[in-house]
Design a protein around this ligand. Structure first.
Ligand SMILES: O=c1cc[nH]c(=O)[nH]1
Length: 464
């Protein structure tokens, strides 16, 4: 790849094999750096109420299993050099796939507000230990919170604007540093708390059921919507799928465990379980390791948010055709800076976070299901390159640009998720809202889609 190509942003165009620069190690670092974030330890803190055995089971078993379909979406992006929204064209129609762009834009512009806010809370403890400034929740903590948000929001904004190659380099450095710093944090957390007591800790009546947590987990993990925006740059199928899957599971699973241990450790001392205590960096800061803590917070947050913001930019570009890739990224950079301050307006951050997760999961659960059902079930892993990237006309445009089967199945999936998660909560506490939404949207698509209308002649298609 020449220098000028290295700085080129491709928008929605097909990424040809010679334009791809992400090897296996790059995808592992990218997703490891994304998975290691403040949201992951907060989420581990939320799971802690269900006991450490559950958190372990979730991190080493359920999370890796849940991420297999996500890695399958990465495969489609890699196979055709297509962004996330373009991958949705066969199932939703060329115009219908703009809905994916809108969802991706909204969800991924929302995540940095969560990640940066949690980082700012922790940074306020680092500043408190170093300069005696008020920490989050104390009178006068607005200034330290604003400074913490600005530090991450400006750094992530600049790197996301520079594009996918700048992100690749940042993730290499951040990934390595986070491995070292994360190891250090793990050592401190494990030596501070008694592991036997942590494992034995139980909450008599946890506020949430396992099923409720699984729903949050789908919202948490299936909203890495930028998956194909990056796998399209992968040089091999292994890098696109195994590399992304491995990096994400290690990063997210590991930091969830750290968050859960910290939360339970504090609960053993105080008797009250609160995910706000999941933050290992304030422990580090009070032990005089403020600089380590500062670096973990900045690298963990920025390395996540750069890929998230890049994906949000690609979503915006897919939704509004008049934009160029750089213009879309510039809009995102400015918008995220403002949105990172929104949680300050809420009285409870936990409430903001749970509401956010409860809404976003409902969007991507049926969407991934329909895309995978379409590619692996209906089309037998065969798509037409030419039609996939055609803006008008072709097999995926149909007569209107909308694939009615896909849109109907998507709406049904949303409806099932939202009705269960928000109206019939007692039922969802047993069945989850996510699994019925997956079943209904997948089945509806398989039944509604008209195979002859979407199948192409074998010579015109490219198989996997
Ligand atoms: O920032 C993000 C985006 C998706 N999922 C996460 O857990 N965090």
């Amino acid at each position: 790849m020449s220098n000028s190509d290295a700085h080129k942003e491709y928008g929605l165009s097909k990424i040809a094999p010679h334009e791809r620069s992400y090897g296996f190690v790059d995808t592992v670092w990218l997703w490891f750096g994304s998975g290691v974030n403040t949201g992951s330890w907060f989420f581990g803190g939320m799971a802690a109420a269900l006991g450490m055995m559950f958190v372990l089971q979730y991190s080493v078993l359920w999370l890796p299993l849940m991420m297999i379909p996500w890695a399958a979406v990465a495969y489609i992006g890699y196979r055709y050099g297509a962004s996330t929204a373009v991958v949705a064209r066969p199932s939703l129609g060329t115009k219908g796939s703009r809905l994916t762009g809108i969802a991706q834009f909204l969800v991924l512009i929302g995540w940095p507000s969560v990640n940066s806010f949690i980082a700012a809370i922790s940074l306020s403890h680092v500043f408190g230990a170093a300069f005696d400034w008020p920490v989050f929740g104390q009178p006068g903590s607005t200034g330290p919170m604003v400074l913490g948000i600005l530090l991450t929001a400006v750094a992530q904004g600049v790197i996301a604007f520079l594009g996918h190659e700048a992100i690749r380099y940042l993730e290499r450095i951040a990934g390595f540093l986070l491995l070292v710093l994360g190891g250090w944090v793990t050592y401190i957390v494990l030596s501070k708390w008694n592991l036997e007591q942590i494992m034995a800790f139980q909450v008599q009546n946890p506020t949430h059921s396992v099923a409720f947590f699984i729903d949050l987990a789908f919202g948490f993990s299936w909203t890495w919507a930028q998956v194909a925006d990056f796998s399209r740059f992968a040089k091999t199928g292994r890098a696109a799928t195994v590399g992304s899957w491995l990096g994400l599971n290690i990063g997210q699973g590991w930091f969830m465990l750290i968050g859960a241990i910290g939360t339970i450790g504090v609960a053993l001392q105080t008797g009250s379980i609160d995910p706000n205590n999941s933050d290992p960096s304030s422990t580090l800061a009070t032990l005089g390791l403020g600089m380590v803590s500062f670096l973990v917070l900045i690298f963990a947050t920025v390395s996540t948010n750069v890929s998230v913001l890049y994906g949000s930019g690609m979503g915006l570009l897919s939704a509004f055709k008049g934009l160029t890739p750089k213009k879309a990224l510039a809009i995102i950079v400015v918008l995220q800076l403002a949105l990172c301050f929104v949680p300050m307006a809420f009285d409870s951050f936990l409430h903001y976070f749970e509401t956010f997760l409860g809404v976003i999961g409902g969007l991507f659960i049926p969407l991934w299901t329909i895309i995978l059902m379409d590619y692996f079930g209906v089309r037998g892993k065969r798509l037409s390159d030419a039609d996939l990237f055609a803006e008008a006309g072709g097999a995926y445009y149909g007569s209107t640009g909308w694939n009615a089967a896909g849109i109907t199945s998507l709406v049904l999936g949303f409806a099932v998720y939202f009705v269960l998660a928000h109206v019939f909560k007692d039922v969802a506490a047993q069945t989850t809202a996510s699994i019925p939404a997956i079943l209904v949207s997948g089945l509806a698509y398989a039944l509604l889609v008209k195979k002859p209308a979407v199948a192409l002649s074998a010579s015109f298609e490219r198989g996997a």
